[in-house]
Write a protein that binds this ligand. Sequence first.
Ligand SMILES: [Zn+2]
Length: 494
Amino acid sequence: MPKAVLYARVSSKEQEREGYSIPAQVELLREYALRHDIEIAKEFTDVETAKQSGRTGFNEMLKLLKKNKAINIILVEKTDRLYRNLPDYTTLAEYPVDMHFVKEGTVISPNSHSSEKFVHWIKVGMAKQYIDNLSEEVRKGLKQKAEQGFCTGKPPYGYIKRDKKYSILDPEKAPFIKRAFEIYSYGDKSLTKTVELLYEQGFIYKSNQHKITKGQLEHLLKNPFYYGMIKFKEHLFRGVHEPLVSKELFDKVQIAFKKDNKPQYVNKHDFAFAGMLTCEECGCTITAELKKGRYIYYHCTGGKGECEQKSKYIPQDKLEEMFDEAAKRVSITTEHRHFWVQGLKESFGNAKEFNQERINSLNQQKERIKERLEKLYIDKLDGKITESFWEEKHNQWNNELDTIIRLLAAHEKTTARAMEEGVRILELLENFYREYSGESPMEKAEMLKIILSNSELKDGILSYSYRRPFNIFAENHACIKKLPGWDSNLQPFG
Ligand SMILES: [Zn+2]
């Protein structure tokens, strides 16, 4: 007899609602196990409260699965009972177990078809979270905010965010920024000199630092926010905040920069790929450095002792090229999207057939109860049963009927929603590389963080792994590439 663990989870908030109790889940799963001749080796439950994350049961279950290889099934009510976040899902995907999602009627096993895994991944619901980071909707939302004149991020130095949208002048810091504009606008003083003058006048930039650096100052003096604008991508919108300087003064400063004709100072924040890379040899963070005022080089910090990679510098351009390659691998063409959507539809078609059995059986149950209720009513009219017996049975069967109707509705909804999610991921990937390639290294890094994890550098070579479900696309990239039109012999789902 196959052995299983049972897992049930509920949050204290859910517990207040009907149908979300631990006993209800446990009962359902026990009954399922009985019907399918599955032995339950152990039961694990988690109750979350506002204070406790409530993952003790989940972790204990993982421990047992690791120890006892004879247990190769997890019984759980629904996808959202098992995972709460992407790490959960990733962790469990490493275990060689079959997962039975009893209410959803799906079983996911390590040798499931990759299309099934993709579908399952979508159900996990994480797709939404990831897509939202990148989706047009978010971008549109930000753009809209900018168009309306609201600051989309943290306001620049000299301003304070009063609430979610409005920025107001910081009475302590703002005068110094204004002074900086004035000093530099004459065009007869270098940035270095401007920095010195400001310092003499008492300007202390951020509490842990004495003087503002040239780079930081240049960054501030070029920010159109100070004359009342909001910059979004390459567009400028009129802000709702009070300008610190006039447009004339701002323009004078920009002319002064041109006169200066100095190299542009790169801000530390412009080291796009630092922070998302580690050294493959020693595990240290990869840091970046500016050479000759404009060239960015990456190398190991060597913070864990001696490391050969510490002296191996790699220019940002080279790194960017390698990252571009990674982004390219998950991209699909319109034609490929059609092909994959087709695969999704087929896979959902099967799921629907599977569901159909359950839907049919539920419908039969529904009819049976309706008949019983009718008969009960006649018995009552005929005086064959007492009023209280009628009431008791009437309530019981009506409750059962309600449950069945709710289950039927849930089946329909789940399939439709999951399918939508899948299509959205495919649409995202269709446009991914095109959008990516037009971005600055900074924006590229943000997009890369969505698809990649564990990026490492060694001897100037970049290595990385893809996050799920993007790994499915990257792994299939070679065969997707070869896809000659609509050749039905090809199996892009591998
Ligand atoms: Zn190293």
